[in-house]
Ligand binder design. Structure first.
Ligand SMILES: Nc1ncnc2c1ncn2[C@@H]1O[C@H](COP(=O)(O)OP(=O)(O)O)[C@@H](O)[C@H]1O
Ligand SMILES: [Mg+2]
Length: 243
């Protein structure tokens, strides 16, 4: 656990990602649902952070805001020291394409395209040529145990296979920051284990940073640090609560 050494960590290295005083509410017809209420977090480069919390507490909302796909009502998200919501028009889209890998339920695979094509898209959008994108996609899908499924469309894949394609797609650009929302939720022990091995390898070899929402005790315990979202804020893990 890196938590213990954090207070003494040198202060001259700024975090890769920092959230400061983030608030987010959803207004419904008759009421306002307060989800994030002054949430703060600092994530260092190369860290693997787990986030746990009860269903409906705001974990997905938090990831969307950290990745610049949704805006906070108040507060800042700093990436490498820059406030991502205070930049020029077009910045956020570029920021997301360049720096962030998303493994989210809301970004479903495109149904008319194969597993291989779906995985290649973020690389093509970033500007890789087709041959390189294809090689990278094949290699990642093979590592995820999908060598025999490259040309299947989403409707021809099982739930767990679909999720593994989504993982490969989120990882293909080797983003500095990967945000994953319950990435092993639909996977059996073997596929879940392959995912954990893959992200640990990317973390070690490429110093990639991961923030992972998970209910899996096993996945959480393999990460460097785990925080719990409670009452709209991130804090230390309550050891008595179940993930
Ligand atoms: N766009 C939205 N409009 C209204 N309510 C929302 C919206 N998105 C999420 N919520 C509500 O906000 C709360 C937090 O949602 P979410 O972040 O998805 O929780 P979690 O991922 O922890 O289960 C839930 O009660 C959810 O119903
Ligand atoms: Mg969620």
């Amino acid at each position: 656990m890196s938590e213990a050494k954090r207070p003494d960590a040198p202060q001259n290295t700024s975090p890769l990602l920092e959230a400061r005083g983030v608030y987010k509410s959803f207004k419904t017809l008759h009421s306002e649902l307060k989800v994030l209420q002054g949430m703060d977090v600092q994530v260092q480069k190369g860290e693997m952070l787990g986030i746990v919390g009860a269903s409906g507490v705001g974990k997905s909302t938090l990831l969307h805001i950290l990745g610049g796909v949704d805006r906070p009502d108040a507060g800042k998200i700093l990436f490498e020291g820059n406030d991502i919501f205070q930049q020029k028009k077009g910045y956020l889209e570029k920021f997301r394409n360049t720096n962030v890998g998303f493994v989210f339920q809301m970004f479903n695979l495109l149904s008319d395209f194969t597993a291989l094509e779906n995985t290649m898209f973020p690389a093509l959008i970033r500007g890789d040529n087709k041959k390189i994108a294809r090689e990278k996609a094949e290699s990642l899908l093979t590592e995820m145990g999908l060598k025999e499924r490259l040309h299947h469309k989403p409707s021809e894949l099982s739930g767990g296979e679909t999720q593994r394609v989504a993982l490969a797609r989120g990882l293909i650009n080797q983003p500095k920051l990967t945000l994953a929302d319950e990435p092993t939720g639909n996977l059996d022990a073997k596929a879940g284990g392959a995912f954990m091995e893959l992200i640990r390898k990317l973390n070690k070899e490429k110093n990639q940073t991961f923030i992972i929402v998970t209910h899996s005790q096993k996945l959480a315990s393999s990460l460097d640090r785990v925080l719990q979202l409670t009452d709209g804020k991130l804090g230390p893990l309550d050891k008595n609560s179940t993930l």
